[in-house]
Design a protein around this ligand. Structure first.
Ligand SMILES: Cc1ncc(COP(=O)(O)O)c(C=O)c1O
Length: 302
C-alpha cells in the first residue's frame, strides 16, 4: 500500500517511503514536533473532513505554543490536505499532519531552520478501530498527567505523548484498555489520547480546559449534547466523581462517543441511556444524515 502512497512535503508530493527525517533531526532527538490528526469520511459528494477548520486552527495554536513559525497558511494547508486525500484516493481514513524541524541537532537546542510540514492521507486500517461501538475498560493510571506549568498541554506536541504512552502501557499491562490520568493536583484530566466525560443525574460533565488537550471531539460532543437539550458542565472532577458516575464515555477522533463498561472494579451499563443517545446522534451526523451539522463534514475538492 505504502509504495503507491504520496505524501505532501513542503509543497511537493513525494513517495511515502521517501518521507523520512534524519535520526539526529531536532524533532526526533529533541522531541519538538507537533501534529494533527482528523477523520476523512466518504460523503455523498466525495471525501469530507470532520471539522478540518478546527483541527487546522489547533495546529496553528500548537505551533504558537512551541514558538514554531509554520511556513504555510491555513488555506494552503487545507488545499494541500484536499489534494493529498484525492491523490491517494482515501475514502474512509485519517489525515495526519506533522510539523517538525528536520534539521540535525547534535547539541543545539534551538533550531535555526524553518520547520517542515508533511501531510499523510491514510485509508482506514483495522488498528484504527474507527467508529467502534465496543465499550471499553478504563482504570486510573499510575502516571499523573504532565502539569501545564511544565509544558503546554494544550499543544498537540509529540513530546507530550511519552506521558500518553506510559499511561496506555500501564493500563494494558493491568488488563484495561484505557488509562485515565489524574493531574498533579489529584483531579481528573484525560486519557492517553481521549477526553473523559461522565454523566451524573443526566448532566454531561467533563473536566475544564487548561489541564487537557482541547479535543475537537470534546468540543463537538459538548455542542451536540447542548443542542439535544442536555445540561453540560465543564467543571473540575475528582476521583470520587468518576466512581459515582452513572455513565462514563470517552471521546476522540477515532470514536467520537466511546462507552465505558468498567472503571477500575466498578462495572457500568454501557452504553448508558445518555451515552446511547449521544452515540446515535453522532452516528447520524457522521453519516451525513443531519442537515444542521453539514458544516462539520467539510467537503474536500481540488
Ligand atoms: C491527550 C489527548 N486528549 C484528547 C484527545 C482527543 O482529541 P480529539 O477529539 O481532537 O481527537 C487526544 C487525541 O489525540 C489526545 O491526544
Amino acid at each position: 500500500m505504502k509504495d503507491k502512497k504520496q505524501v505532501w512535503l513542503n509543497g511537493k508530493f513525494i513517495p511515502w517511503v521517501s518521507a523520512t527525517v534524519p535520526i539526529l533531526s531536532h524533532s526526533f532527538s529533541r522531541a519538538s514536533a507537533i501534529f494533527e490528526i482528523f477523520r476523512i469520511h466518504t460523503g455523498p459528494e466525495g471525501p469530507a473532513a470532520f471539522r478540518m477548520d478546527a483541527h487546522l486552527n489547533r495546529l496553528l495554536n500548537s505551533a504558537g505554543l512551541l514558538e514554531m513559525e509554520l511556513c504555510y497558511s491555513v488555506e494552503t494547508i487545507a488545499e494541500a490536505v484536499a489534494e493529498t486525500v484525492i491523490r491517494n484516493d482515501v475514502g474512509r481514513g485519517v489525515v495526519k499532519i506533522m510539523a517538525y524541524w528536520g534539521e540535525e541537532a547534535v547539541i543545539r537546542l534551538l533550531p535555526q531552520s524553518k520547520p517542515d510540514l508533511a501531510i499523510f492521507a491514510i485509508p482506514e486500517m483495522p488498528e484504527m478501530n474507527l467508529d467502534s461501538r465496543e465499550p471499553v475498560k478504563t482504570c486510573i493510571s499510575k502516571w499523573r498527567k504532565i502539569d501545564p506549568q511544565t509544558v503546554p498541554v494544550s499543544a498537540k506536541a509529540c513530546s507530550n505523548y511519552l506521558n500518553a504512552y506510559l499511561t496506555r502501557k500501564d493500563a494494558v499491562s493491568r488488563g484495561f484498555d484505557i488509562g485515565i490520568m489524574l493531574g498533579t493536583d489529584g483531579l481528573v484530566t484525560e486519557g492517553s489520547a481521549e477526553s473523559v466525560f461522565i454523566v451524573k443525574d443526566s448532566i454531561v460533565k467533563i473536566p475544564p480546559l487548561g489541564r487537557v488537550l482541547p479535543g475537537i471531539s470534546r468540543m463537538s460532543v459538548l455542542e451536540m449534547a447542548k443542542s439535544m437539550g442536555f445540561v453540560t458542565a465543564e467543571e473540575p472532577l475528582s476521583l470520587s466523581d468518576i466512581y459515582g458516575a452513572d455513565e462514563i464515555f470517552l471521546s476522540h477522533t477515532g470514536v467520537k462517543v466511546e462507552p465505558v463498561k468498567q472503571f477500575e472494579d466498578k462495572h457500568l451499563v454501557a452504553p448508558g441511556p445518555v451515552t446511547r443517545r449521544l452515540m446515535e446522534q453522532m452516528a447520524n451526523i457522521l453519516a451525513f444524515q443531519d442537515e444542521s451539522y453539514m458544516q462539520w463534514m467539510q467537503k474536500l475538492s481540488v
